[in-house]
Design a protein around this ligand. Structure first.
Ligand SMILES: C[S@@+](CC[C@H](N)C(=O)[O-])C[C@H]1O[C@@H](n2cnc3c(N)ncnc32)[C@H](O)[C@@H]1O
Length: 237
């Protein structure tokens, strides 16, 4: 059972296959539920000789924290699937020998992550969980490493990847942007959105991604450009 589409899994596999084997690094999944996406990612890892590190509470969603706009108290503990059950699913459908499971709340486990990461899949539902993942794992991403997210239909989540304030505060850089913001990358789906006016004929079956070296930042302001040119003219005359 998986909460994400096989098309999203194939999109991630295709990017993983493009990464040269000499680039060292693991694949990370945050949020595995029953292990459906884990099984497919593990097969892509088997094919590329990489390790898959899987982070989850295995106790479902955490209680809301701070001003998380999406976390709901009544959803606390939802999506809980026991680690042994996830392992059995991955044994049956994936390549369990490539996987390492790290159980616990992201805020406790992710700060201890050490390995370089070539690709990560974040499917974590709450804003606080996505913040934990980016804050703790982005620094381990290799130069052209990929971050895929499932929350691509929610523009507030996509906004994290375009937020100048977020990237300045966390990493002192400009935002990387997000390919597939709002609608997902083009995988032959038929999703129009918006997600909160759900319509079953508009099925979001995609994924969105960014890469460490991408840029999503507007730097050109004509008035500043003109002021610079005027300054240059006056200093040379
Ligand atoms: C939507 S499910 C993942 C679905 C899965 N990727 C798939 O495609 O089937 C979200 C998962 O994130 C986990 N999760 C969310 N926030 C978490 C947190 N802060 N710490 C640990 N696990 C968390 C939940 O336990 C749940 O298993």
């Amino acid at each position: 059972m998986t909460g994400t589409s096989y098309k999203a899994h194939l999109a991630m596999a295709s990017k993983l296959f493009e990464i040269p084997p000499e680039v060292e690094g693991v694949v990370v999944e945050c949020g595995c539920w029953y292990g459906g996406s884990t099984a497919n990612l593990s097969l892509a890892c088997q094919a590329t000789g990489r390790r898959l590190i899987v982070y989850d509470s295995f106790e479902g969603l955490p209680a809301p924290e701070g001003e998380d706009l999406y976390a709901k108290p009544e959803a606390t503990g939802m999506l809980a699937v026991d680690l042994e059950r996830v392992k059995r699913n991955v044994e049956r459908y994936g390549a369990i020998e490539c996987c390492e499971f790290r159980k616990g709340w992201f805020k406790d486990t992710l700060p201890h992550h050490k390995e370089p990461i070539v690709l990560m899949f974040l499917d974590v539902d709450w804003q606080a969980s996505l913040d934990d993942c980016i804050t703790n794992l982005w620094p381990h991403l290799v130069d052209k490493g990929y971050v895929f997210i499932d929350e691509f239909v929610l523009t507030d989540y996509c906004a994290l990847f375009w937020s100048e304030e977020y990237w300045r505060r966390r990493f002192g850089r400009t935002p990387p942007g997000l390919i597939g913001s709002g609608s997902g990358v083009g995988l032959g789906g038929y999703y129009l959105g918006p997600f909160d006016e759900w319509n079953w004929s508009h099925d979001p079956t995609s994924v969105a991604y960014t890469r460490k070296d991408f840029s999503g930042y507007w730097n050109y302001y004509a008035e500043e450009q003109r002021a610079k040119e005027t300054q240059q003219d006056t200093s040379t005359s």
